[in-house]
Design a protein around this ligand. Structure first.
Ligand code: S3P
Length: 443
């Protein structure tokens, strides 16, 4: 039995007992990263952009709202068809109020590249408690190298931020971390700046910005060997039709749920399988999960497939190095999978998880250990000894969407009652998560 108790301020998700099986077809919501980018590029392009399959989660809503405040027109948000009427690269208007990025790091970091490069316009940007504590210096510093004027709390490290737009200068930025948000911020600033702006990253991060910028008419050179992307400034973007595939980061919950729950067989339809995002598939297949990739196809420049997963006997694995940015958001749910695998799973090189919506290394270790898991937190990862039966417990999402959903999948496979407080966080990226959980679960 699954119950969602809705209080005015927060929701409690209660899973009364272990599921006996998971079955059915699942259609997952649109990709969060692609949804943000479609709204942003649509807003700064000329003409209309049609977005099909937009994620209706809180994060893309924050992006839509910020760009509406700056003059872009966005039709009513729905999954069928959202029309963004762009205002052109230099058309962003000074907003009358503070721009609120809510919980969304992608909104704040990508948007900063665009704001910093609007000469003589003034913007203030903030977010919720979690976002105001997350590091913004990773985008502020390279933007300052381009000549940006940005002020923020804690010596320019945290929001609220104030931006006075400038004519920026092109740079070659060597990012110390593989981060699509940093890369995309600089590319968007570079789009508005005369000359060629290059970003080099130590490992390849998701490339949705590059793909979508090209399809909107920008000129990019990509060097896959050095993980470098160069954008030519000054190109005019033209509105496009964007078909948003299902989010593999959301599919990941069902991939793990299907693998660890007995007697399960799930078909997850229309999942984006961009190679910069498929680390989770590779990791689960390495763990011997029974996953089949079906009907591979392309939708508006992004590869898509259906994924079938069946109950599996998982084996531990080690995840480190270049695969980390390709599964960065899936490490919490992978930690759940590892609890059900034979042997010790090691996750390394994942210190970035400490500055996500919550400190995901600390939170996953603490909360899963409350259920009887055997997890040791490492400075840059987790050591997860599998094979302990999990018991239901009362846990907290820390208002982090991926934590709420990962703990729910653990609860589905725990003896006794699991309670997840502040479960409404799931709606950041997956507003229909509990509905799907309820439909596919048998007890
Ligand atoms: C995202 C990039 C990643 C990811 C986030 C979405 C994006 O963040 O964790 O959920 O859309 O560019 P980083 O760039 O900080 O790694």
């Amino acid at each position: 039995m699954i119950n969602l108790i809705k209080n005015a301020q927060s929701h409690q998700l209660i899973i009364e007992n272990k599921a006996s099986s998971l079955r059915g077809k699942i259609s997952i919501p649109g990709d969060k990263s692609i949804s943000h980018r479609a709204l942003m590029l649509g807003a700064i392009a000329s003409g209309e952009t049609t977005i099909e399959g937009l994620l209706l989660g809180e994060d893309p809503r924050s992006t839509a709202h910020c760009f509406q405040e700056m003059g872009a027109k966005v039709s009513e948000l729905n999954t069928e068809k959202v029309i963004v009427t762009g205002i052109g690269e230099n058309g962003l208007q000074e907003p009358l109020n503070v721009l609120d990025a809510g919980n969304s790091g992608t909104t704040m970091r990508l948007m900063l590249g665009l704001l910093a490069s609007q000469p003589n316009k003034f913007f203030t940007v903030t977010g919720d408690d979690s976002l105001r504590s997350r590091p913004m210096s990773r985008v502020i510093q390279p933007l300052q190298q381009m000549g940006a004027i940005i002020y923020g709390r804690n010596s320019n490290k945290n929001a609220p931020l104030a931006v006075i737009g400038q004519n920026l200068k092109a740079i070659h930025y060597h990012s110390p971390i593989p981060s699509a948000q940093v890369k995309s911020c600089i590319l968007l600033a570079g789009l508005m700046t005369e000359g060629k702006t290059t970003v080099t990253e130590p490992a390849l991060s998701r490339d949705h910005s590059e793909r979508m910028l090209r399809s909107f008419g920008a000129t990019l050179e990509i060097d896959p060997d050095t993980h470098s992307v160069t954008i030519e400034g000054g190109t005019k973007l033209q509105g496009q039709t964007v078909i948003v595939p299902g989010d593999i980061s959301s599919a990941a919950f069902w991939l793990v749920a299907g693998a660890i729950t007995p007697n399960s067989d799930l078909m997850i339809e229309n999942v984006g399988i961009n190679p910069t995002r498929t680390g989770i598939l590779e990791a689960l297949i390495m763990m011997e999960a029974d996953i089949t990739i079906l009907n591979e196809r392309e939708a508006a420049g992004e590869p898509v497939a259906d994924l079938r997963v069946k109950s599996s006997k998982l084996k531990a694995c080690t995840i480190e190095g270049a695969i980390i940015p390709r599964l960065i958001d899936e490490i919490p749910i992978l930690a759940v999978a590892a609890c059900f695998a034979e042997g010790t799973t090691i996750v390394k090189d994942a210190e970035e998880l400490r500055v996500k919506e919550s400190d995901r290394l600390a939170v996953m270790a603490t909360e899963l250990n409350k259920m009887g898991a055997n997890i040791t937190e490492l400075s840059d990862g987790l050591e997860i000894r599998g094979g302990n039966n999990l018991k239901g417990a009362t846990m907290d999402s820390y208002t982090d969407h991926r934590i709420a959903m990962s703990l729910a999948i653990a609860g589905l496979n725990a003896d006794g009652k699991t309670t997840i407080n502040r479960a409404e966080a799931a709606s950041i990226s997956y507003p229909t998560f509990v509905d799907t959980l309820t439909i596919i679960s048998q007890f």
